[in-house]
Structures are given as structure tokens and as C-alpha cells.
Write a new protein. Structure first.
Lengths: 443, 407
């Protein structure tokens, strides 16, 4: 069996263009290195790397036949390793770890050479992975082009933020004026801003037109109420929501949590009491705000979009990026409600009202069945803010006052409830903490 | 530009007033146009481009004298030979509402007189740009076209007189009470109005707006004529009603709107009762029980009817045939029956259900729903989708939710 179906000369040439892109990028970098009069060793290293990329790129682009011998493939052991670790819990843990590492190592990351190496690494990884059929099928889908570009754009803006923030933090520490004060970027709306906007408009329009011509709209068969495509994916910007729906009832993940996100974002200016960081980039002066927002945005939103796009396959199973989307992939899973765990542990059957019993008795039995989950949820939303006010958020509570603090604490807890539920699902196969399907009330 | 909104308090000409005046001057030769004026009483005096309105004596304590002097000076400089105070002798242009009439009132009287005279003189020589008391402050400075010259009374830096007041002053029997408060109100309403294109002549004084209300229906003849009049009235009434409904533009518009809305509402109501239903019927026959082997899930009806027919003995040990609605209880996608895995699996969020319909994996909170199934007298199973049986409500024990296979 051909392990590389579809690896036609066309594909190889496409990969060659990626190498040539890297080549062009690194020509610039080598020239920059030369102009800055860096050490000879460094300069030579960059030059050699660039020449190598150029040679590989040209070799890929000029192939006519027998292309296999030129091909630099992603090693199989690497692919196997990646696919073996293809589990949502690993992915989520890894994204959290990456987030923590970025924050922790921010001063190193924003150094030009380091960030350039990371960019090179990202593009090289993409290029090498393109030699894999299954990866190409996912990444090359017209649907997914925006998400691939989003990866780079989000990385760039995160990097930009940290670069500016680290710079300012160092200035503040040294007692120097801020970057925004020293190098004032204020310009006139007309003509500076309007011209810039117009140029951006023209360029973006050109890109969109080219995009619309080159990549066809990914239309599928006519919609049918009785047939759902497999996998059935939301628009890419809603894939985070769709992933939330895996862990929560639609009532919760489709209504309550999105509303909390929107309301919470709107409430931010009223919750924030830190007057610093207004009009300039900083991290050290706004650690809590920045970390909270970034945690919600990067691992919990962008991370889940990437997960939903590249890693969820048929039957919403989790697939590695190099793994074949097998409709019959079998994942052993049996989700259990908290009440079932509890009553089994108690050695009793689930409390059920006798058939034909009164409405009141039914309600009592349902509440008795789910009492543990209800108490836990009430404690989580009702008592935990008080505990936090006395402990970790003591200063916040003093500064904010009761109402503002309660709003703040509940928003934080609602944000935390997604990862908490994910971990519970992975660790204990827990389906619902409160499961009252009779009332369509599940948490 | 609207410093009028500050009311009639005396104040100096501001810099922008002067600038606006200078601009008006610079825009030479351009056609004058009517004053931007929403009120119908406005008579626009086109601004002469050559006029020098800028350096005005400002802040006169006595508005009357200032206005007098200004108007006189303007009339002189622009009209050439037009004598300033010759209000009575000025030719009355057709467009003007009797400027020579005696106005009443103390202070505004003379101003109005003089202005009216000036206008009349100007209007007499309509071919040339007529002189007008151009208040620079009134002019919209940023306009590309030469600003129209607003009313002269506004030149005065005392309590400003709006055009309406001036007109009211010169109108016969007009109660020209130029209360400063009212002036301010009118002026502020006046100021931001957009400029209109130039008109060759000053617009005529529009008639007093007619009351918008519909005219009363034609009154029926007095009933003293008895029966004949009653008949006439009955004949006349519909016409009167129609006449009333369309008596004015507003009445017509509301009538048409009401009619259109009513028809649209009726059409919507009709839409809810279609002639032909393309949906499959809720009750349908699915063949004899023997068509469905034990331990199988028939997926053939999903595309058309949205049900699986399941024959199994795994639910409470009974050998039964039942119909499951092919709607995931999580978010309503259509799961697929995976024969190899012996489960229903939803492609949207990964919910899984056993062949019994019981949920066991993924986020689905409750089992798939059963729909009604019965054995008809002709030996055919009949599915009734109008019935719904939920396991968590204990409804699967209902005899209509399954067909028990005997033997």
C-alpha cells in the first residue's frame, strides 16, 4: 500500500514553494544579521541555513518525476508519537502548559532571534507535516484555511503584546519613561490614519478576491433534516462552543455560558479597579487581568477552536493530526452521572418515585436523587465566592465591595467551570453533576 | 456654527462670524439661495457676494438702533440708491408679503420696517444680487456654496429677531412681539437646517399650512326632508367615508398603510393553512412484524420518516419492536446506527446510545425518544409519530410505545 497517496508532483511543488517562502524570509534575516554586524559564526549559520532552504526549495519546485528521492518527509516515529498522544486531555494539558510557558518565558520569547526561530519552527513544522496525507486533508480543506492563518495571526499578536509589555515593564523597573511616551506614535487622522486604512482596505480586498477565486466555497450536499454530515462541524469561530457542548447540556453550553461570556466581557470595565496600564502595554502592572483574559482566550477559546477544527473527526472522536479519519474508530466510553456514582457507592438503587405517585412525591424523589450535585453546585456558586473572599481574593474583596466582588467571583467561577467539567469528564467519565432530564436541567 | 442657540443675550460678533462673512464675500458671483429655513414663513434674501458684512458694530445695547443702522447701511451699500428708511415707498415685490404694512410694537417695529424696506428695494432689482442683511454669524461657514444671507434682524447683537418675527412684524395686524426667548427658540431651530439650492427668485410667502386632520365627512342634509334625505345620507355616507379616508396626504398614507398591513396579516394567516402538505404523514404503515428480525435496527425509514425500527430483547428482557425517533436528545442532530459497534452515535458531539436507545456516552442527557407503534387489524405495524414516549418519564412501559412479539 502506498503510504503517501496523493503525493503527486503538484503537491511536492507546493511544498517546494513553502520552502522557498522560508528561504526568502531567511535571506532577509541573514542580511539583517550582516547589517547588525553579528558574530561571524552566527552569520555563517544563518547563511548556511538559508542556502539549504533555497536548495531544498528549488529541488522540490523543479521536480518532474521521481520526486520521492528529493522529498524530506516527516519521520514516521514522530507521527506515531503524536497520534499515540491524541487525546483531548493531553491536548488540553499541553495547551495549558504552552500558555504557562509563554507567560513564564516571555522575556526570552520576545528576543528577536528566539521569536524568529519559533516562526521558522512553525513554518517548517507545517511544511514537513504537509507530506502526510491525512494532515494535508485536514489543513488543506478550504474550510480550514482561515484557521491555519489564525494560528499565525494569534501567535503574532500575542508575541506583539508580550514584546511591548516586556519592554515597558523593563522601562518601569529602570525608572525610564514608557515606550508610548518616549516614542509617541500619535498621528493625524487625516491623512495618516485614513491613508493607512485605505491601503489596508485595498490589500484585503485583493486578498479576498484572490482567495475567492482560488479556493472554492466548501459547499456540501443539500441540507436534510434526516441526515447529519459526519463529522458535523460548526463554523470555525463556533467550534469552541461546540467543544463546550461535548461537556455540557445545550441549555448550559449553548445559552448560559455564551451569555456569561458576553455579559462578562461587557462587565470588565466595571469590575476592573486597577488604574494602571491605561494607554500603554504592560504585564507586571496588570498580571491578574491579563492572565485571566488570556487564559479564557488562548487555551479556552482559540485552543478549543483548533481542537475542534483539526482534531475532531467522525462521530466527534478525537484524532491525531496524522491519523486517518476512521468512521469506525472505537473509543470506549461510558459516562456516568454523579448521582449514579453516589447511590452506587451508598449501595442503594437510585431513588425513583413509584409509578403513579403524586407530582409532589416525584419532585421529592428527584431532589433526593440529585441532592449531592445540587449541594455541590450551590456551594460552588454560593459559598465558594465567600471562601475566596476570605482567602485568595481578600484584597479584591476589600477593594471592590460586596456586589462588585460577587459579580467578579461568579464570572471567574463560570469561566473555571468549563475546564473543571472537562477534567471531571476525562478523569471520572462524569457526565452530569446534576442530571434531571425530567426537567431538562443538567449541569 | 449655531451660536443662536445661546439665546438672545447681547454679545459680540465672534471670530467665526467674521470668517463666515469673509467667506461669503470671497465666494463672489455665485448664485444666492434661500436661507436654510424649515419654517414656511421664510423669505430668503440672496446674499450679494460683494457685500461687506464682516466688520459690524457689535454689542449694541439698544438692538433697535443697531439693527436700524445696519440695515440702513446694508441697503445703501448693496442696493445702491435704495434709501434706507424708505419703507413706505418701497416697491412691493410679488413675492413679498406686504412689507409696507404697519407693524405694531415698539422696538422691533422700526427694525422690521427698515428691513422690509430694504428687502423690497432689493427685490425690485432682483436681477442683480439683492442686498440683504447678511448676518455673518448665521452663515454656515463650511458650506461650499456661498451662504445664504439670513434675516437682517439677526445681525443685531441684542435680542436677535428671527425671520419669522420680522415677518410677523410686517404682516398686517401681525402681533410682532419679539420676545427674546421665542427668538432664541426659533433661531436655534433655524440654525442647523441644511442649505437648499439657489432659487431664482425669493419664494413666495407660503400659505398658512392647512390643518392636517381629515376634513369632516360631507354632512348629511338636514333631516327635515324626511325619508328622501335618509336615503341620500345612506348613499352619501360611503363616499363621505372614503373621502374622509383620503382627505389629505397623511390620511391617505395611513389608510394605505393600514390596508397593506391588514392584507399582509391575512396572507400570513393563510400561509399557516397550506393547501398541500409535503411532509410525510405522522401515521404510516411499516409492514408486518416479520419484516424486522430480532436484534436488528432498520434504518430504511430514517430518510423519509425520521424513525428507526428496532427489534430487540435487550430492554428489560422483553422481545419487542419499537420505533425510535432519529433525533439526538442532546442537540437534535441525527445520529447514525453503527452496526459494527452496535450503537447509535451522534456526529455532532459524540453522544452514544445502545440499541435500546439508552444513552451511555457523550453529553446526551436522556435516552432517545420512542414514538407510538401498534399492530393494525390488517397485520401491519403502524407508527404514530404524534405520540412520544420518554424513558426518563417512565413512559416506555406504555403499551403504545412498543409491539411485543409473541412466540
Amino acid at each position: 500500500m502506498n503510504p503517501h497517496p496523493d503525493l503527486t508532483p503538484d503537491v511536492i511543488r507546493g511544498i517546494g514553494w513553502l520552502y522557498l517562502l522560508l528561504f526568502a524570509m531567511n535571506i532577509f534575516w541573514t542580511v539583517r544579521s550582516y547589517k547588525r554586524q553579528e558574530s561571524v559564526g552566527r552569520l555563517a549559520a544563518w547563511a548556511m541555513y538559508t542556502v539549504m532552504l533555497g536548495v531544498v526549495g528549488v529541488a522540490h519546485v523543479t521536480v518532474q518525476s521521481g520526486s520521492e528521492q528529493f522529498l524530506i518527509r516527516m519521520p514516521v516515529w514522530f507521527k506515531t508519537l503524536i497520534d499515540a498522544g491524541a487525546k483531548p486531555q493531553y491536548y488540553f494539558a499541553l495547551s495549558i502548559a504552552l500558555f504557562a510557558a509563554v507567560v513564564w518565558l516571555r522575556e526570552q520569547l520576545v528576543k528577536p532571534t528566539v521569536s524568529w526561530l519559533i516562526l521558522n519552527g512553525m513554518v517548517l513544522f507545517m511544511t514537513l507535516s504537509m507530506t502526510d496525507y491525512d494532515f494535508r486533508q485536514i489543513v488543506g480543506k478550504p474550510d480550514n484555511v482561515p484557521i491555519v492563518s489564525m494560528l499565525f495571526i494569534v501567535a503574532f499578536f500575542t508575541w506583539l503584546y508580550f514584546k511591548r509589555a516586556v519592554d515597558n515593564d523593563q522601562r518601569i523597573a529602570a525608572g525610564k519613561p514608557l515606550f508610548e511616551q518616549e516614542d509617541n506614535e500619535k498621528v493625524l487622522v487625516w491623512p495618516d490614519l485614513v491613508y493607512t486604512e485605505m491601503i489596508c482596505m485595498v490589500i484585503l480586498t485583493a486578498i479576498l478576491v484572490a482567495w475567492g477565486i482560488v479556493l472554492q466555497a466548501p459547499l456540501e450536499e443539500p441540507a436534510s433534516a434526516s441526515r447529519t454530515p459526519n463529522p458535523s462541524k460548526a463554523p470555525w469561530y463556533f467550534l469552541g462552543l461546540q467543544e463546550m457542548l461535548v461537556y455540557y447540556d445545550p441549555w448550559m453550553a449553548g445559552v448560559v455560558l455564551p451569555s456569561m461570556i458576553l455579559v462578562g466581557l461587557m462587565a470588565l470595565p466595571y469590575i476592573d479597579f486597577n488604574k494602571k496600564g491605561n494607554g500603554y502595554y504592560t504585564f507586571n502592572e496588570r498580571k491578574f487581568s491579563v492572565l485571566t483574559f488570556m487564559f479564557g482566550f488562548l487555551p479556552l477559546w482559540i485552543g478549543l477552536i483548533i481542537l475542534g477544527t483539526f482534531l475532531r473527526g467522525p462521530n466527534w472522536n478525537f484524532f491525531g493530526i496524522y491519523e486517518l479519519w476512521d468512521v469506525h474508530k472505537l473509543v470506549v466510553l461510558n459516562n456516568v452521572n454523579l448521582s449514579e456514582y453516589f447511590w452506587t457507592w451508598m449501595g442503594q438503587p437510585l431513588p425513583v418515585a413509584e409509578a403513579g405517585s403524586s407530582k409532589f412525591l416525584q419532585i421529592v424523589m428527584i431532589l433526593k436523587r440529585e441532592w449531592l450535585g445540587l449541594v455541590l453546585v450551590a456551594g460552588y456558586l454560593g459559598a465558594l465566592p465567600m471562601v475566596m473572599a476570605g482567602t485568595i481574593f481578600r484584597k479584591f474583596f476589600m477593594r471592590m465591595g460586596f456586589i462588585r466582588y460577587m459579580v467578579f467571583a461568579n464570572l471567574v467561577l463560570f469561566m473555571a467551570c468549563l475546564p473543571i467539567k472537562m477534567v471531571l469528564r476525562w478523569a471520572f467519565n462524569l457526565k452530569y453533576i446534576v442530571a434531571i432530564p425530567e426537567w431538562f436541567f443538567n449541569i | 456654527m449655531s451660536d443662536e442657540s445661546k439665546g438672545g443675550a447681547p454679545k459680540k460678533l465672534s471670530t467665526k462670524d467674521i470668517l463666515a462673512a469673509a467667506r461669503a464675500q470671497a465666494a463672489g458671483g455665485a448664485a444666492a439661495r434661500s436661507t436654510p429655513e424649515p419654517e414656511p414663513a421664510e423669505t430668503a434674501a440672496p446674499a450679494p457676494a460683494t457685500e461687506k458684512p464682516a466688520a459690524k458694530p457689535a454689542a449694541g445695547k439698544n438692538p433697535t438702533s443697531t439693527a436700524d443702522i445696519l440695515a440702513a447701511a446694508r441697503a445703501q451699500s448693496a442696493g445702491g440708491a435704495a434709501p434706507a428708511p424708505a419703507a413706505e415707498s418701497a416697491a412691493t415685490p410679488a413675492a413679498k408679503p406686504k412689507p409696507a404694512a404697519k407693524p405694531a410694537g415698539g422696538a422691533p417695529k422700526s427694525t422690521a420696517d427698515i428691513l422690509a424696506a430694504a428687502r423690497a428695494a432689493a427685490a425690485g432689482k432682483r436681477a442683480a444680487p439683492a442686498p440683504a442683511a447678511a448676518d455673518a454669524g448665521e452663515k454656515p461657514a463650511k458650506k461650499e456654496r456661498p451662504a445664504a444671507a439670513p434675516a437682517a434682524a439677526e445681525t443685531s447683537d441684542g435680542p436677535k429677531l428671527s425671520v419669522q418675527e420680522m415677518l410677523a412684524a410686517v404682516r398686517p395686524g401681525g402681533a410682532a412681539t419679539a420676545a427674546p426667548g421665542a427668538t432664541a427658540e426659533l433661531a436655534s431651530a433655524h440654525a442647523p437646517a441644511p442649505a437648499k439650492p439657489a432659487k431664482p427668485v425669493a419664494p413666495p410667502m407660503p400659505a398658512k399650512p392647512q390643518p392636517v386632520a381629515a376634513k369632516p365627512p360631507v354632512p348629511a342634509p338636514a333631516p327635515d326632508a324626511g325619508r328622501r334625505n335618509v336615503v341620500l345620507a345612506m348613499i352619501a355616507a360611503p363616499f363621505a367615508l372614503i373621502g374622509g379616508l383620503f382627505s389629505s396626504a397623511f390620511a391617505s398614507a395611513w389608510t394605505m398603510l393600514a390596508a397593506t398591513t391588514g392584507i399582509a396579516t391575512l396572507a400570513t394567516a393563510r400561509f399557516m393553512l397550506p393547501n398541500v402538505l409535503t411532509e410525510p404523514p405522522l401515521k404510516f404503515k411499516i409492514g408486518p412484524p416479520a419484516d424486522y428480525d430480532l436484534g436488528t435496527v432498520a434504518t430504511k425509514l430514517v430518510a423519509q420518516y425520521g424513525v428507526w425500527i428496532v427489534h430487540t430483547d435487550q430492554y428489560k428482557g422483553k422481545n419487542v419492536i419499537y420505533a425510535l425517533a432519529s433525533v439526538c436528545t442532546h442537540l437534535g442532530c441525527t445520529p447514525s446506527w453503527l452496526e459494527g459497534e452496535r450503537k447509535f452515535k451522534c456526529p455532532c458531539h459524540g453522544s452514544g446510545f445502545y440499541i435500546t436507545g439508552i444513552n451511555f456516552e457523550g453529553p446526551a442527557p436522556r435516552p432517545l425518544e420512542r414514538v407510538g407503534i401498534t399492530l393494525g387489524p390488517d397485520g401491519m405495524l403502524e407508527v404514530d409519530k404524534s405520540l412520544k414516549f420518554q424513558e426518563e418519564m417512565g413512559q416506555w412501559s406504555d403499551g403504545a410505545s412498543f409491539y411485543e412479539v409473541v412466540g
